[in-house]
Design a protein around this ligand. Structure first.
Ligand SMILES: [Zn+2]
Length: 388
């Protein structure tokens, strides 16, 4: 298994910017948040092994919410379990509900039973640390800070944040993408894809109507920005004197080489993110139905820990052919989507099987006005690829 993604929704470049440019108290909070995230990463947990094997394969959700009471001991005091009444604490209820909505999305859209496909229990801790500026997946559980209240609101309310973090858990049990360089950026990419798809699913939004933003609503009004990332227009999510400017590229020619942030995992994910956006909007309709299914199959069946952007492009192309047929609209849209970000599919994957008419694929025109392309949606086998 590859390295575990210890992911925080607020990427380190934003916190570093606040730690340099903010006032004294904001600087302190940002630096403390950075230090805590670094501590998680340093732990090198053998968590995937710790978390499994699952106790009971079951379709029942098993959520437990804990309260750290502003300390950093995990998991904290248990405050709400599956099926128990609402708490008086909004953060507790939000954490419970966003986790529930995420699990429900994966179950209904992809027949996936929790993170490991086998009904793994799901734990989340709220009120972690003092004004902690992040939501974190540490390989075992979700962790929510309260935010500093100045630049960040509390992180429990946004379903795309919960779904992003929980998708890191799914990646851990499937492709186990190494959290470094391109495979790390793919790890971030899949977390963003299923983060926004969970949001679109719960809001019943089509690709054309969705905002394609990750983490909308976690900045306070003080921040000049809409969200942490934009899949529609990477590099435009925020531009703020204290937080800095969204550094995400949308094309391979702007691929960002850095040693920070595990080789820019939160930066270069903009490239595959935008490819996904292109595919989903070319096809129109509900993005989780067709594009989401292609990406889900690539993640759970085809990719491996060292996969690159090229591998992901080839895998989604192959998945689209398997699910919808060669030369189908989804198959062609995948080709066009990757091409838009500067990635050409491998010769070998194009040559495989019946010859695809590349000319026809390149001439593929999207349906007007975000209308839906008519495709047969195949049924998934229950627990495809998973043995509990
Ligand atoms: Zn992440």
């Amino acid at each position: 298994m590859g390295s575990i993604a210890v992911c925080s929704v607020i990427p380190p470049h934003i916190l570093r910017s606040i730690a340099e440019r903010g006032d004294a108290s904001a600087r302190r909070d940002a630096q403390a948040s950075l230090d805590l995230s670094a501590a998680f990463r340093g732990e090198r947990l053998a968590v995937a092994v710790l978390a499994g094997p699952p106790l009971l394969p079951s379709a029942t959700r098993r959520r437990t919410i804990f309260d750290a009471r502003n300390a950093t001991e995990l998991p904290g005091k248990r405050v709400r379990s599956e099926g128990t009444p609402r708490s008086n604490d909004a953060a507790v209820n939000e954490a419970y509900e966003s986790a529930g909505a995420t699990l429900e999305f994966f179950r209904r859209a992809y027949e996936r039973n929790s993170l490991d496909g086998c009904g793994l229990r799901l734990d989340a801790t709220v009120h972690y640390g003092v004004r902690h500026d992040n939501a974190i997946w540490n390989g075992i559980q979700l962790i929510y800070g309260d935010g500093d209240g100045r630049y960040f609101r509390r992180f429990t309310g946004a379903i795309d944040v919960a779904a992003h973090e929980l998708t890191h858990g799914i990646v851990q049990y499937t492709a186990a993408l190494d959290y470094q360089g391109q495979s790390g950026a793919l790890n971030e990419h899949f977390a963003d894809v299923f983060g926004v798809l969970a949001k679109q699913y719960s809001a019943k939004q089509t690709a054309a109507r969705a905002d394609w933003l990750v983490g909308a609503g976690i900045f306070t009004r003080r921040v000049k920005g809409d969200a942490v990332r934009s899949m529609k227009a990477p590099g435009t999510a925020y531009d703020d004197p204290i937080l800095g400017r969204d550094p995400q590229p949308a094309h391979m020619r702007d691929y960002f080489k850095t040693r920070l942030d595990n080789g820019g995992v939160h930066v270069n994910s903009g490239i595959p993110n935008h490819a996904f956006f292109q595919v989903a909007t070319l096809l129109g309709g509900k993005a989780w139905d067709v594009s989401g299914r292609i990406w889900y199959r690539a993640l759970t069946q085809l990719l491996r820990s060292k996969s690159t952007f090229q591998d992901c492009a080839d895998a989604t192309y192959e998945a689209a052919a398997t699910l919808f047929g060669r030369s189908s609209a989804p198959h062609q849209a995948v080709l066009a989507g990757w091409k838009a970000v500067g990635i050409t599919l491998s010769e070998s994957v194009i040559r495989r099987g019946p010859r695809l008419q590349i000319k026809a694929a390149e001439a593929f025109h999207p349906p007007a006005g975000g209308a839906e392309v008519s495709v047969e949606i195949p049924l998934l086998r229950v627990s495809e690829g998973t043995e509990c």
